[in-house]
Design a protein around this ligand. Structure first.
Ligand code: GLY
Ligand code: MN
Ligand code: MN
Length: 433
C-alpha cells in the first residue's frame, strides 16, 4: 500500500530522469543527526534535495535512481530498542510499502551492494561538494565498482546540483499550497505581534512573541534564526543577538519567517516601537516602499530575474538623491554603484524548501527568466550607519520591507500580503489594537 503523497515524489524522480544520461545512476544521501554539544543533537532537518525526491524524513538513508526511473533505497531497518529512545522508524518494509521505491535495502549493506549495483554504468550523478564525507565514501565505492569491471571505461562522476536546482525553481502545485500556508502563518504572526508591541519591550521579548506565534499557528521551527533589531542594530544585516533594550522613538526591524511542511517563508517588517514613525523615519520608509512596489511589478513572466534588482537600484538611488544623501547624477550613482553605501545587499532570493532556495540565477551565462510558480523574495532596504555622510538626525535608521512574491500568469502574487507594509497601515495596526 503506497502512501498517497508518495506519488508526488515518484513523479519528481521520473521528471528528473529526463535530464540523466543513458546508463547512469543518480545517488543522493539524507542528512545526518548533528551534535549540538556532548551527546545532544540539533533537531533533525532532512536535506532539502533528498526530501524533494523522496519525502522520507529519517537520517542514514541513500537513494539510487537510474535513468529509467528505477529506485533502490537504502535505510535503517526497524529497531524496536532504538525506537524506545528515538521514536518511530519506517524500516525496510515500511519504506517499501509507503514510499513507492522499487527496491529497499539495509543501509548497513550500502558499501557491499552499491558497487555491485552501479558497476558497468556510464555515469554517476551526485551532489558533489555538499557533504565531504559522503563524497569520499562515494568515490571509494565508485573505484570499487570500476575495479569489478576492468574491461569497461571508468564511471564518470558528475554533479547534478544544477539539474535539480533548475527543477526546484518552478514549484509544483502541492509546493505552492505548502508555501501559501507557511507564508500565511508567518504573516499572521507578524500582524499579531506588531499589533501588540509596546514601548518598554526588548528585542528578546519581541523575538519570543514571534516564536510563540509561529508555534501556536502550527509551525514548530522558524525557517532561519529571526533578526529582531532595535534602532541602529537594524543596520547589521545578520543581527541575531536579539538581546538589547529598545528606546522610545526607535524603529524595530524584524526579519522572521517560519517553516511549514518543510517550506520556508521569509518576511521583514520595520515598525516604530511607539506606534508612530518620525518624519525622518517615514521619509526613508517611503523610499524603500516605492522600491519594493516597483520591484514586485518586475516579477513578471518573461522578465529576467535580475530585473527587480535593477529597478530597485534605480528607485533607491533617486530616493537617496531626493533625501540629499547623494548629490551625483543618476548615471554616476548607478554606474559607480554609490547607492551601495546605503543599500548593501541584493533585492532578494529564490524561496522554497530552503529560505535561500538552492536554485540558479543564471544558466549557461544567461539570466533565468521568470516562469509561472517561481517564488522570489523582494526585500529592498536602506541602512544609515554612524559613518554615513549625512546629518546626525538620519543616523541609525535601518529599514527593510520583505515579501514573498510568486510569478503568475496574471502578474505577481504577494504571498505575505496579510501583514501590512504601508507605513500608515502599520501605524493603524499598532494604534487600533
Ligand atoms: N532572512 C534572510 C533573508 O532575508 O535573506
Ligand atoms: Mn530574504
Ligand atoms: Mn528575511
Amino acid at each position: 500500500m503506497t502512501n498517497s503523497s508518495a506519488n508526488i515524489y515518484k513523479k519528481r524522480r521520473e521528471n528528473l530522469t529526463n535530464f540523466l544520461e543513458e546508463g547512469s545512476y543518480l545517488i543522493i544521501n539524507s542528512a545526518s543527526n548533528v551534535i549540538r554539544n556532548n551527546d545532544t543533537t540539533f533537531p533533525f532537518r532532512q536535506n532539502s534535495n533528498f526530501f524533494y525526491l523522496t519525502g522520507f524524513n529519517e537520517p542514514e538513508c541513500v537513494l539510487l535512481l537510474n535513468n529509467n526511473g528505477k529506485t533502490t533505497f537504502f535505510c535503517r531497518p526497524k529497531n524496536p530498542d532504538l525506537e524506545k529512545w528515538d521514536g518511530f522508524m519506517h524500516g525496510i518494509e515500511g519504506a517499501k510499502e509507503n514510499f513507492a521505491f522499487d527496491n529497499v535495502l539495509n543501509i548497513e549493506e550500502l558499501e557491499k551492494l552499491l558497487p555491485e549495483i552501479i558497476k558497468g554504468c556510464s555515469t554517476v550523478y551526485s551532489l558533489i561538494g555538499k557533504d565531504q564525507s559522503f563524497d569520499e565514501k562515494l568515490i571509494t565505492l565508485i573505484n570499487r565498482a570500476n575495479s569489478m569491471e576492468r574491461h569497461q571505461a571508468n564511471i564518470d562522476l558528475k554533479n547534478f546540483s544544477n539539474i535539480i536546482g533548475k527543477m526546484r525553481l518552478t514549484k509544483y502545485e502541492d509546493e505552492i499550497n505548502l508555501m501559501k500556508k507557511s507564508c500565511h502563518i508567518a504573516a499572521m504572526s507578524h500582524k499579531e505581534v506588531i499589533s501588540n508591541v509596546k514601548v518598554g519591550m526588548s528585542e528578546f521579548d519581541i523575538e519570543s512573541m514571534y516564536l510563540n506565534q509561529f508555534r501556536i499557528r502550527g509551525s514548530r521551527y522558524p525557517s532561519y534564526t529571526p533578526i529582531v533589531a532595535g534602532g541602529k542594530n537594524a543596520c547589521i544585516l545578520h543581527y541575531i543577538d536579539n538581546n538589547q533594550s529598545i528606546e522610545d522613538g526607535d524603529l524595530v526591524l524584524v526579519d522572521a519567517g517560519c517553516e511549514y511542511g518543510m517550506y520556508a517563508s521569509d518576511i521583514t517588517r520595520t515598525f516604530p516601537i511607539n506606534g508612530k514613525y518620525s518624519s525622518e523615519q517615514r521619509a526613508v520608509y517611503d523610499v524603500v516602499l516605492e522600491a519594493h512596489n516597483a520591484a514586485c511589478n518586475a516579477v513578471k513572466i518573461g522578465n529576467s530575474c535580475m530585473e527587480p534588482q535593477n529597478v530597485s537600484e534605480t528607485v533607491i538611488s533617486q530616493g537617496l538623491k531626493d533625501l540629499g544623501f547623494l548629490t551625483q547624477s543618476m548615471d554616476e550613482i548607478l554606474e559607480k554603484q554609490l547607492f551601495r553605501e546605503f543599500y548593501y545587499h541584493k533585492i532578494g532570493h529564490w524561496l522554497g524548501l530552503d529560505v535561500h532556495d538552492d536554485c540558479p540565477y543564471s544558466v549557461n551565462g544567461s539570466d533565468v527568466k521568470f516562469e509561472e510558480n517561481m517564488v522570489m523574495t523582494i526585500e529592498p532596504g536602506i541602512y544609515i550607519n554612524d559613518t554615513a555622510p549625512v546629518e546626525e538626525k538620519w543616523k541609525g535608521i535601518g529599514i527593510r520591507i520583505e515579501n514573498d512574491i510568486r510569478a503568475t500568469k496574471k502578474g505577481f502574487e504577494n504571498l505575505t500580503h496579510e501583514v501590512p507594509y504601508d507605513a500608515s497601515e502599520i501605524e493603524s495596526l499598532m494604534n487600533n489594537a
